[in-house]
Design a protein. Structure first.
Length: 340
């Protein structure tokens, strides 16, 4: 196993180099650039724009810019944003905790919903509950995520109000008919406007709608995978033997069947884990969540290639690392898997 891990780590180096070259080339071919916003200023001449491009190093050929970026990256210098002029690591460091906070909660909620529902759906195959689960799983995977996010904002931030009114007090009718009530749920951001240090309750309130949005789509995918794998496992000989020996049904399902059924699901989980650090592009943009996904979106709009390259390379390293972790977990969970 150690030889296999070392070999995979060695292979990762040229893979990262190829990824960086391809992404850098694609960013360089993108229309516009860091100076696109300045070109709309009538007070700036073509000479001023050329001077700005020279300061950013954009007047050099693509291969020279890539080699300069790669040389600094190897030395640990990730460069500075062409737009904000701040270090790339500072920009990422400010957004990463916000993304981890949102994505970890959404991931835990997703698994807490998907695993028990997927198991129960498999144990009650073709029942009414199973059909309902299958229907909502397909709905969750089919609905456009940006559309669903807008619907959540309209319903919980525009239509529904907080039942407590400053003038009349608490009343359930205030949910849909109240003039001076605040929205039931915040429609964006991490905290109420003007508050720099929100309370835990305020943070949770602002997190509810993004977590619902992410958990719905994640739970739909995981529920289908867990249900399918459980259906294959619960009919195998070792499960029937365990039942014949009189083992408790809960022990059979959770300790024996689930351990084997969840092995293929690890691949999906390993591919999803880097998203904890990369953020959710649509979710963070729609709900104005200041995380990595929104940072990537803003950087892509401005073609801020130092910041884009920093985000992409972090994601590439995480994807390669978590794929390796999935292979290691295979061998741990399934003794039949061996790597030479």
């Amino acid at each position: 196993m150690s030889t296999y891990i070392i070999r995979r780590l060695i292979y990762a180096v040229p893979l990262l180099i190829v990824i960086s070259m391809i992404v850098f080339g694609m960013i360089s071919l993108a229309p516009g650039g860091p100076t696109a916003g300045f070109e709309e200023n009538p007070n700036l001449t073509a000479a001023d724009i050329a001077r700005l491009e020279a300061q950013m190093g954009l007047d050099k050929p693509v291969h020279e810019r890539y080699l300069a970026w790669a040389g600094l990256m190897i030395q640990g210098d990730w460069g500075h944003s062409n737009v904000s002029k701040r270090p790339v690591l500072t920009e990422i460091g400010e957004r990463l905790p916000n993304t981890l906070q949102l994505m970890l909660v959404a991931y835990v909620v997703t698994l807490a919903i998907a695993i028990p529902i997927g198991i129960f759906s498999a144990l009650r195959q073709y029942s009414f509950f199973d059909h309902i689960v299958t229907f909502f799983a397909f709905v969750g995977q089919a609905i456009p995520i940006f559309w669903f996010g807008l619907i959540l904002i309209i319903v919980f931030n525009v239509w529904l109000k907080n039942p407590f009114s400053p003038s009349t007090g608490f009343a359930w009718s205030n949910l849909w008919d109240c003039v001076d009530c605040s929205p039931l749920m915040p429609g964006g951001g991490m905290a109420p406007f003007g508050i720099e240090e929100p309370t835990i309750g305020q943070r949770i309130q602002h997190m509810v709608l993004p977590v619902i949005m992410l958990a719905l789509f994640g739970a739909g995918t995981y529920t289908r995978y867990i249900r399918g794998q459980m259906l294959e496992v619960i009919h195998l000989d070792y499960v029937r033997t365990a039942r014949a020996k009189g083992l408790n049904e809960q022990v059979i399902i959770w300790r024996h069947a689930l351990k084997n059924a969840i092995t293929p699901v690890i691949t999906i989980m390993a591919l999803e884990l880097p998203a904890l650090f990369a953020g959710a592009l649509f979710t963070e943009t729609i709900f104005s969540w200041p995380g990595m996904g929104r940072l990537f979106y803003n950087s892509a709009q401005r073609v801020d290639y130092p910041l884009l390259m920093g985000i992409v390379m972090i994601n590439a390293v995480l994807i390669i690392s978590f794929n390796l972790l999935a292979d290691v977990m295979y061998a741990y969970l399934d003794p039949r898997v061996r790597y030479n």
